[in-house]
Design a protein. Structure first.
Length: 76
């Protein structure tokens, strides 16, 4: 999970950068580009964690955990 933590720290840095950009009232297109980059990074990290968790549950034949994960996903 070290790679996930590293990714989340990177996203945190992107969000901090976004705050600074907004505080400095930078150009709208630059802010939107940064938002998209941060969102994509977070979405990719989420997908990685989801994939790993589902893979682990499936390999352990843990249908209750799989069902729980699927319910969480469907709430989005």
């Amino acid at each position: 999970m070290k790679d996930v933590i590293l990714r989340l720290k990177r996203v945190g840095g992107q969000v901090e950068g976004l705050v600074r950009m907004i505080e400095r009232e930078e150009e709208c297109d630059q802010i939107i580009t940064q938002f998209q980059a941060a969102k994509a990074a977070l979405d990719n990290t989420f997908s990685l964690v989801l994939h790993r968790n589902l893979k682990e549950c499936m390999s352990n034949d843990d249908s209750k955990s799989v069902e729980k994960i699927l319910k969480l996903i469907s709430k989005q």
